[in-house]
Design a protein around this ligand. Sequence first.
Ligand code: FAD
Length: 540
Amino acid sequence: MADVVAQSGPPGHETFDAVVVGAGFAGLYMLHRLRGLGLSACVFEAGGGVGGTWFWNRYPGARCDVESIDYQYSFDGELLRDWVWTERYPRQEELLRYLDHVADRFDLRRDIRLNARVKEATFDETARRWEVRTDRGDRVSAQFAIMATGCLSATKPPDFPGLDSFEGDWFHTGAWPASDVDFSGRRVAVVGTGSSAIQLIPVVAERAAELIVFQRTANFSIPAHNRPYRAGEHDLERYDERRKFVRESFGAMFYPGNRRSALEVSPQEREHEFEERWQYGGLAIYGAFADLLVNAEANATAAAFFAAKIREKVDDPALAALLTPTGFPIGAKRICVDTGYYETLTLDHVRVVDVSASPIREITPAGIRTDDAVYAVDAIVFAIGFDAMTGSLAKIDIRGRGGRALAGEWSAGPRTYLGLGVAGFPNMFIVTGPGSPSVLSNMVVSIEQHVDWIADALVAMRAAGADLIEATREAQDAWVAHVNDVASRTLLPTASSWYMGANIPGKPRLFMPYAGGVGAYREKCDEVAANGYQGFTLTA
Ligand code: FAD
């Protein structure tokens, strides 16, 4: 991996047309588009390499749960033709290689500054420019500030008392070391049973002498049925059709959506539909029936199907019951995709501890103490997730008009227009921000749509002779009301999920992404652009 840190001399005060924060899928493509418009740009990236999520999340078993051919850029035909994915669901290592390849192929690195965390971004109303500062002393002025900071990039830190005293090694899945971590013959604890844990547990269990899984909430998981790609699966002629389908779909994934209700078909037909999607693998189950996420009774049929599947895989009835989610509708927390998760939990050297019944009290020098037991371990893996959607923005002191802080504006929850712009923060864009489909979708498709929309807006500004674009408060209020209204007509806000901010103490509880679907959202964004950026003011 060629981690060339592109620098322009010692940090000083420099001027660009745009500053981009973050060099994951979003920041890399944004830089490419800005260059294409003839704009100068500087990308700041906190990590020591490009790739974002796929740079940081190197834990054993880390994988994408969207199929490779859909979870890739589509903006360049030659890139599409040249890059051949090896598996249906790509591993972290393959995704990082892909993003490194993109950075090299489009010569992006010379405008990317690594190991540079943006701490402040202030809109100077007189100069009509953003002043951006990093933790290593960069001071940059730019007309546009584009936040490509990621929705799952601010890890939730483990805050268990006594962690400092732990004499073994501990890790967070979201900030995994680049060097190999060998769990061979060790006693390992995994705290958390969300998506990352469900991917990691089967792989760690292969080496560990003993694996103890601390579960607070059981999650729904479906087999990936991962496999190597067959020759011809990258057929580009059909690829265009596939991408069009994906762009116009609900979640930007390639599976058919059934328009019928789960309640209007016979139990046999319902079972058949679920079974077919279970065998297909991955997130296709979301499309099994039209009302799974809106009707509790319909949802319960899917939950019952999953519960039966868990019982088939786990003979011990007490363990099966412990692993069966209760108390929230299926899909209201992200459905996980696994390879051998339930099977692993039945192995002799693997144990599941129910920390909803007996919470973790402290970390001791030798392990973990819950209310009723002490577990001696050599290593702890915290798979406890992220301060999703707003966490990475909250870590930057962002100041808009009148010196108003974004943190203050969002103290009761994030407010955006289309997830792209914020009233009072001119010339600032967010890629896949709250109020856009974002984490409810295949994010590469959503990222491409946002970046293209932003690039088109910059072109429109240039044509109109405008130097400022800003969401109006009215448009923002109306959009926030619409986002809340759409969510309230679904079961999504009924779970204590990270979509709701419920995993972070003190975070306002509201459903952050837009649940209207990627296709409908794209139409809305296109309509806004076609109507002269309706809801934004463009001024000169
Ligand atoms: P990121 O990839 O998160 O990149 C943002 C970058 O910004 C990071 O590198 C970060 O270091 C940097 N940054 C943040 N703040 C600052 C700052 N202040 N200064 C400088 N740099 C900063 N999505 C899917 O669609 N399908 C999946 O299957 C899927 N699986 C996932 C699995 C895991 C384990 C995780 C964590 C996420 C997954 N996601 C998945 C979501 C994933 O984040 C997106 O798909 C995508 O990679 C986001 O790209 P991004 O560029 O928007 O953000």
